[in-house]
Design a protein around this ligand. Structure first.
Ligand SMILES: O=C[C@H](O)[C@H](O)[C@H](O)COP(=O)(O)O
Length: 226
């Protein structure tokens, strides 16, 4: 994962995006260290009287939102007005996500939102996407999907857990293949190819889904509308 960005930069981005929350909104709550700052900030606003409902994108964001005191709903009960989520890499309006293996639920929530704000630090910004694309795959499809990824020119790597023997298992009970493709000249074309592979639950390319990117730094936040 690109984790080189400072916590201050992540905080600046997360807190600035959280400022756009308004009374009555349903807010998609992203996953990861940058989105966590937004969740904590929204929690503080709820403490101060803001009336919103959160839709978590992972076990982790649900836990954090509960601790922060944000009322929660499931996506099948509401429609999302605003989503705030991090990214592993951002190029133009396209993203690679899933460094925390949460991209399947994130994509459902982020893509359904009226407005999706990406929160990032400068280390995430690139001219061209080249970050390995995570694929969430059904366990039985691990080998066939890996073979298909090689045929597409990629190098798949089963994600291993750091504090357990064996692979990472997603919140949905599936495995993750991190697939290096080098520089991704045409993210939309690769996204279309990956989406057709049997057994792929979701890939981590988010093409033309975001509405704005909030890039934090120690000196402030730059907002790029897309
Ligand atoms: O699955 C995880 C998500 O896509 C995260 O939003 C992404 O990995 C960025 O996380 P962080 O803000 O910790 O770098």
């Amino acid at each position: 994962m690109k984790q080189g960005g400072s916590d201050a930069a992540k905080r600046a981005a997360g807190e600035a995006a959280a400022e756009t929350a308004e009374d009555g909104m349903v807010i998609g709550l992203g996953t990861g260290s940058t989105a966590a700052h937004a969740i904590r900030a929204i929690g503080r606003q709820v403490d101060a009287g803001l009336d919103v409902v959160g839709v978590p994108t992972s076990f982790q964001s649900r836990e954090l939102a509960r601790t922060a005191g944000i009322p929660l709903a499931d996506l099948d009960e509401v429609t999302v007005d605003l989503a705030i989520d991090g990214a592993d890499e951002v190029a133009g309006g396209d993203l690679v996500k899933g460094g925390g293996a949460a991209h399947a639920r994130e994509k459902i929530v982020d893509a359904s939102a009226d407005r999706f704000l990406v929160v990032a630090d400068p280390t995430k910004m690139a001219e061209t996407l080249s970050y390995p694309v995570p694929l969430e795959v059904l366990p039985a499809a691990r080998t066939t999907v890996a073979e298909s990824v090689r045929e597409l020119g990629g190098d798949p790597d089963l994600r291993r857990a750091e504090r357990k023997d064996g692979p990472v298992v997603t919140d949905n009970g599936n495995l993750v293949l991190d697939c290096a493709f080098g520089e991704i000249a045409d993210p939309a074309a690769l996204a279309a190819d990956l989406a057709t592979l049997p057994g792929v639950v979701e890939h981590g390319l988010f093409v033309d889904v975001a509405d704005a990117v909030y890039v934090g730094s120690e000196d402030g936040v730059t907002v790029r509308e897309l």
